[in-house]
Design a protein around this ligand. Sequence first.
Ligand SMILES: Cc1cc2nc3c(=O)[nH]c(=O)nc-3n(C[C@H](O)[C@H](O)[C@H](O)COP(=O)(O)O)c2cc1C
Length: 156
Amino acid sequence: MTKSLVIYFSMTNNTKKVAEMIAQELGADTYRIQAKQPYTSEDLNWHNNNSRANREQEDNNSRPEFAGQLPDLTKYDRILIGHPTWWGIPPRIINTVIEKLDLGEKEVATFSTSGGSTYDQAQKVMNELIGSDVKPGRVLSSKKDVENWLRDIDFK
Ligand SMILES: Cc1cc2nc3c(=O)[nH]c(=O)nc-3n(C[C@H](O)[C@H](O)[C@H](O)COP(=O)(O)O)c2cc1C
């Protein structure tokens, strides 16, 4: 049987909710990425040019550290990676994590939640980070979105 793992980062739980819907659909396990230095609400204030999140997103080389150990992927065939959209792209901690994971033999798909942005810019980041065989990602919000996307990428 195909085993799937949903790895996600979520600050205000929108991505968490979608990750859990996906996990339920696929009978997948979940792993939540936590930042080593937790984000405060001021860190996430996108109205402030100098907020932590805005500075990280402006810096291509920013790689915020995660807390704890990343999951052991050996028993999984499929890895799904979920994230919020910060300035059109994944939070930089997603780069940190993906660069540490050995995704070589896995089928990988990525998804986001957003306040309206599409997945286009995030997809470019993922193609560079993971390779062009990563499944086409999508911004998801409802159970219906999740069902449609999983079907479209042949995961369901
Ligand atoms: C720093 C920051 C930047 C954001 N930039 C965007 C953006 O460019 N486009 C967008 O549609 N939403 C943007 N958002 C909104 C989030 O993508 C959206 O609320 C998301 O669902 C949050 O996911 P979470 O609850 O899992 O953290 C931004 C939020 C933050 C905190």
